[in-house]
Design a protein around this ligand. Structure first.
Ligand code: GNR
Ligand code: NI
Length: 168
């Protein structure tokens, strides 16, 4: 297993649209294992392959307290979303230290495959529903700061570009 590097906003590669997984093979299972390890190490509740510069529809999520119940969502599709929506505070491993409100459906049903190609459908609410929607946005090349006002987004962008310049 290996820890993967997480891309940081405003890296343009975060806007890549991921392709569906076509082969449920050992290479995919190795990616899932590395993503799981990377998510736990970074103390995130979810990670999309896009964030580790792999542009396939692969997500890992673990919202459990014990951090031992990872859910793998491959080629996920939202089959239903509640009309009820709620604004909640979000953060992102690709935008470290930034937290702001985003409005999302309160509950969703999602159909996805696991890393063995087994299909399943689950219903989620609360933080799990938020996380599923946040991760599926990543697969479409969308980062949560794109829901914020242009003013806020530009402040965030400038802050990260400046930090990168100082690092270099
Ligand atoms: O770790 C994470 N926490 C979080 C909190 C509120 C809403 C969404 C998230 S997802 C984030 C991990 C991440 O960046 N996944 O893409
Ligand atoms: Ni994120």
């Amino acid at each position: 297993m290996a820890l993967l590097n997480i891309l940081c906003y405003p890296d343009p590669r975060l806007h890549t649209v991921a392709k569906p997984v076509a082969q449920f093979d050992d290479k995919l299972r190795a990616l899932v294992a590395d993503m799981r390890e990377t998510m736990y190490e970074a103390q995130g509740i979810g990670l999309a392959a896009t964030q580790v510069n792999v542009h396939q529809r692969v997500v890992v999520i673990d919202t459990s307290e014990e951090r031992n119940q990872a859910t793998v969502l491959i080629n996920p599709e939202i089959t239903w979303a509640s009309d009820e929506r709620m604004k909640g505070e979000e953060g992102c491993l690709s935008v470290p230290g930034i937290y702001d409100g985003v409005e999302r459906a309160v509950a969703v049903k999602v159909k996805a495959f696991d890393e063995h190609g087994q299909v399943r459908e689950m219903e989620a609410e609360g933080i799990l529903a938020v996380c599923i929607q946040h991760e599926m946005d990543h697969l479409l090349g969308k980062v949560f700061v794109e829901y914020l006002s242009p003013l806020k987004r530009n402040r965030i962008k400038t802050k990260f570009l400046k930090a990168q310049r100082e690092d270099a």
